[in-house]
Write a protein that binds this ligand. Structure first.
Ligand code: PEP
Ligand code: MN
Length: 262
């Protein structure tokens, strides 16, 4: 179902009235984690003013260490709803297991994080929904495996899948991950699904987000996911890679100049 051979036209995914793919460029932006009502609403307002189409924020966080901030969980989802109400922006947030699906009922777009790309039981359950899914590429997964995970969701009847390249594990250690730029044209050749790029988790360093974002645009991405925080040095997760709202505004100016179909 994800194969372009059997579905030549680009798929356009509608997220709360906001279109992604097929000539609709979309930027999703917001903090790594939802931390407070003020934080998420303020960041949502700022990224909307800069032209973001969706606000992101993690409520359930997959952290490497069990001692790191694990997210505000259900309360974080409540605060995301408030930010949506304040700005009108649809929300995208990560789910970690099937037991939480009920909590995500009114979430506009559900994110499957890199660590869960091959959580097949989760993918099957998400296939039963109509909610658009943002599927992130696993840390060490091939493009074939990535597309098979999209297939799991689509096989269940949910064809609203957006693919997200977010950097992969390589021998290089100076960046958090290595952004696989070649994944963009290859995924778009193999599949009709929209492809967005997350330069924030690829780089792990705020100053590198802009050049990687521009490279993604040049390579034909249908959108970007960018981490933005109102106070990056004090962020509870991923502060080092988070842009300030002002930096994000500068990035959006450049992106608008480069995307012919924004
Ligand atoms: C995130 O989007 O905050 C995140 C955890 O991303 P990834 O799953 O790509 O590491
Ligand atoms: Mn993050």
């Amino acid at each position: 179902k994800a194969n372009r051979k059997f579905h030549p036209a680009d798929t356009v995914v509608d997220v709360g009235g906001h279109k992604i793919g097929g000539g609709h460029f979309t930027v999703m932006a917001g903090p790594c984690s939802v931390e407070s009502a003020e934080q998420i609403t303020e960041v949502a307002r700022r990224v909307k003013a800069s032209g973001a189409g969706l606000v992101r924020g993690g409520a359930f966080k997959p952290r490497t260490s069990p001692y790191s901030f694990q997210g505000m969980r259900a309360e974080g989802l409540t605060l995301l709803r408030k930010a949506r109400q304040a700005t009108g922006l649809p929300i995208v947030t990560e789910i970690m297991n099937t037991e939480h699906i009920g909590l995500f009922e009114d979430v506009d777009m559900i994110q499957v994080g890199a660590r869960n790309m091959q959580n097949f039981e989760l993918l099957k359950e998400l296939g039963k929904l109509k909610t658009p899914i943002l599927l992130k590429r696993g840390l060490s997964n091939t493009l074939e495996e990535f597309l098979m995970s999209a297939e799991y969701i689509m096989a269940g009847g949910n064809e609203n899948v957006v693919l997200c390249e977010r950097g992969i594990r390589t021998f290089e250690t100076s960046m958090r991950n290595t952004l696989d730029i070649s994944a963009i044209p290859m995924l778009k050749a193999k599949s009709h699904l929209p492809v967005v790029v997350d330069p924030s988790h690829a780089a792990g360093i705020a100053w590198m987000v802009e050049p990687l974002a521009m490279a993604a645009v040049a390579a034909g991405a249908d959108g970007l996911m960018v981490e933005v925080h109102n106070d990056p040095p004090h962020a509870k997760s991923d502060g080092a890679q988070s842009l300030t709202p002002d930096q994000f505004d500068g990035l959006m100016e450049k992106v608008r100049g480069a995307v012919s179909f924004f």
